[in-house]
Write a protein that binds this ligand. Sequence first.
Ligand code: AMP
Ligand code: ZN
Length: 473
Amino acid sequence: MKIYNTLSRQKEELKPIREGEVSIYSCGPTVYNYAHIGNLRTYIFMDILRRVLKYKGYKLKHVMNITDVGHLVSDADEGEDKLVKSAREQKKTPWEIAEYYTKVFFEDIASLNIEKPEIIAKATEHIDEMIKFVEALVEKGYGYEISDGIYFDISKFKGYGKLSRINLEEQIAGARVDVNKEKRHPADFALWKKAPKEHIMQWPSPWGMGYPGWHIECSAMGMKYLGDFFDIHTGGVDHIPIHHENEIAQSEALLGRPAVKYWMHGEFLLVDNGKMSKSLGNTYTISDLRAKGFDPLAYRYFCLNAHYRNKLNFTWDAMKAAQTSYDRFLEGALAHKNAGKTEDGKIAPEVIADFDKEFDEAVSDDLNIPKALGIAWNVVRYEVKSAELYELLLKFDKVLGLDIDKAEEKIKKKENIMEELDPEIKKMIEERQKARKEKNWKVADEIRDKLREMGIILEDTPQGVKVSYVDRK
Ligand code: AMP
Ligand code: ZN
C-alpha cells in the first residue's frame, strides 16, 4: 500500500521496518479542555490509518501520548502551561484537570468508534526518560542552560526545517520580537523549564526543580516504546512547522540519524470556512452534536467523506445532510441483511470479488476513504438485495467503523426516541396527549409548536405519537 510522507512530499510504498508489523506514534491530546470536533477529526484520521493497516493484515504497535504537563499556551514555548492555566481558571489542581479531561477524551473517541492505541503514555509518568534525553543532548552540545531552563540549540542541528521546508532565516522572521534574550537563536526551544516555587507540577532534575518541554515528551516516549527507529508518526498539520520539526531535531541530534520513517499529517477541519475559535463560539464538541440530536457516528461519517489531506468545512447544514445520508446508508445495509440467503438474492461471485478489490485498492491508495465509502454505497444500492452483500459491508465496516452491525437497533431507536428524552420533555408530550384526548386542540398545538422550537417533532400516527429530532428529519 501507499502512504503520503510529509517529509518527501510524496506517496511512498509502505515498507515496514519489521516485516508484518507497523509501529506508530500519534501525538495525543493536551488534556486541559474538551476536545473539539477539529481535534477529533485528527483522531479519526489516526483511527482510519490503524484500521486500514489491520485490514491489510499488519500487526500494530501504536503509542499515543496524553500531554498532561508542559504544553505552553503558544506552541513556540511562550506563555503559561495550558494545564496550569486551566486549573487556575477552574479552581482545580492541574492533576484534577488532567484526570477529568482525559476521561472525557476517551469517552469522546469511543463514541466515534476510534480505537484506543495499544499503548497510552502519560507525560507525567515518563519524566525520568525525558530528563535522561535532555541530559544526553546537553552532553552532546545540543542543549544549553540559561536562567529559566535548558534549551535546544537549533543552529547546531543542520537539518532543522527539513519537514516544514522552512529555513532558519524564516524561523527568525517568524519568531516573536519579545523573545528571551538569553537564547542563542530566537527559535531555540525549551527542553526543560525551571519551575518557580509556586508552580504546582514540578520534578527534581540535574537543573533543579522543573518540568519538561512539550516536544521532548513525544521524542522520549516514542523512543521508549517503539525503539529508536519506528515506522509512522502522525499528528495534525499544525504540528509540522514547530512540534514535529523540534521532535526531529531532538531525536536526530541524539541518534545521528532519523528516528521515524514516515510522517503523516491530517488536514484541518474548518467551521463556516474559518478557524474555530472561542470568541466566535464555534468550537463545537461531541456534547454539542448530541444536544442537537446528532449521532456522533454521523460526524464520523461526515469526516469519511473527505480525504484526510484535504481541508473539510463543517456547517450545521452539512452535518444535517451527513446524518440523513448516514441513516439511509444504514437502512440500505439493513435491506441486504433482511433479504436473507434466498435464491433470488444470489450474487455472482465476480460481483463480490470486484467490489472487494475496488475497496482494497481505494484504502491502499493513501487511505482514499471517500472513494472506499463510495464503493460501500454502490454495494448498499446494488439492485439485488442479498445477505452476501451484507457480509461484504460488515467486512468494509472494519475500516469504516460505522456500526453497520447495529443498523437495526439504531434505526429503531431513531424511530422512537421516547426512552432517551428528558423527563421535562416527556411530561410536555404527556400533557399534549391529555389535551388531545380532551379535544383541547389549542393547547395541544401550542405544546407541539413549543417542542418543535426545542428541536423535537411530534407526529400523530395510528400507532400513537411518533417522536423524532428536528435535525434528523
Ligand atoms: P491539542 O490537544 O491542542 O494538542 O490538539 C490535538 C490534535 O488536534 C493535534 O493533533 C492537532 O493537530 C489537532 N487539531 C487542532 N485543531 C484542529 C482542527 N481545526 N482540525 C483538525 N485537527 C486539529
Ligand atoms: Zn507530539
